[in-house]
Design a protein around this ligand. Structure first.
Ligand code: G1P
Length: 286
């Protein structure tokens, strides 16, 4: 079955980016010239998905405003001869069919996904977390969709994580199926390094079967008192297989200041417009 919809949770507190996130959703933090959430929507679209459901904390917030059409601004840009910018604004407004659901209580990632249940319906869907940025020649989500089509089961995007960092991730116990593809035998949310079943951490990319919704509904509070998606996946695993893909590409944790800075520099150096100049400036600084 085709994956037609993607859910983007964007209602978290963004505590690792306080104080900025007191007033501003972390999903709108810039990555060179675009906010993280646009980068995520572009990955979704490049993977062949046209319907995006964004889970927001409030009915009217900066994220809705960002994707809203702005005819006055576009007219002004055209009038001023800024045709390139006007074209880019129109592209942004037409990027995808975006709808919003509100997560009134912020009870965790699993709960955010459950909030999108009615909007998704009874079909497989993708989940993408905007603060996990992946630089890949083939979008990570698209690579995972191919595995979904091969196996017809949920697929998690995983990367090899350094031991001290493992406690920031949902971690799988893998059984190798073929290079980079694993059958998931068990999952643990944010284990200590000693308790981690492997070094493979889930990084903000999921293709899920709709049965995940019942599993989330049956999930009690876990780590940090939140309804964890990883715990719901453990429940789902009791009734259907789950696979994990070590996708090709470089992943950045743009959800914390250091990882965000690393992503700016690494992707900035590759940027068609600013890359060369940034390289020169960095040489002067270092
Ligand atoms: C969430 C998930 C975790 C996953 C991580 C990826 O954690 O709960 O399983 O590994 O995203 O970024 P968070 O970073 O929101 O605490």
């Amino acid at each position: 079955m085709k994956v037609r919809k993607a859910v983007i949770p964007a209602a978290g507190w963004g505590t690792r980016f306080l104080p900025i996130t007191r007033a501003y959703p972390k999903e709108l933090l810039p990555l060179i010239t675009k906010p993280l959430i646009q980068v995520a929507v572009e990955e979704v679209v490049a993977s062949g998905i046209e319907e995006v459901i964004i889970v927001v904390a409030e009915e009217c917030c900066f994220i809705q405003e960002y994707f809203q059409s702005a005819p006055e601004l576009n007219a002004l840009l055209t009038q001023k001869g800024e045709n390139h910018l006007a074209k880019e604004m129109c592209r942004l407004e037409r990027l995808a069919h975006i709808s919003y659901v509100t997560q009134v209580e912020r009870l965790g990632l699993g709960h955010a996904v459950l909030t999108a249940r009615d909007a998704v319906g009874d079909e497989p869907f993708a989940v993408i977390l905007p603060d996990d940025v992946v630089d890949a020649s083939e979008p990570a989500l698209l690579q995972m969709m191919k595995i979904f089509h091969d196996y017809g089961s949920s697929v998690l995007g995983v990367v090899d994580v350094d031991t001290p960092d493992i406690q920031r991730y949902g971690v799988i116990r893998p059984e190798s199926v073929k290079p980079c593809v694993h059958k998931v035998l068990a999952l643990v949310e944010k284990p200590t390094p000693a308790a981690a079943p492997s070094q493979l951490g889930i990084v903000g990319r999921y293709i899920l079967t709709p049965q995940i919704f019942d599993a989330i509904a049956a999930t009690g509070p876990g780590r940090g008192g939140e309804i964890q998606l990883t715990d719901a996946l453990s429940i789902l695993l009791q009734s259907q297989p789950i696979y994990a893909l070590e996708f090709c590409g470089k992943r950045f944790d743009a959800g914390n200041p250091l990882g965000w800075l690393e992503a700016q520099v690494a992707l900035g150096l590759k940027h068609h417009e600013y890359g060369d100049a940034l390289r020169q400036k960095l040489r002067q600084i270092i």
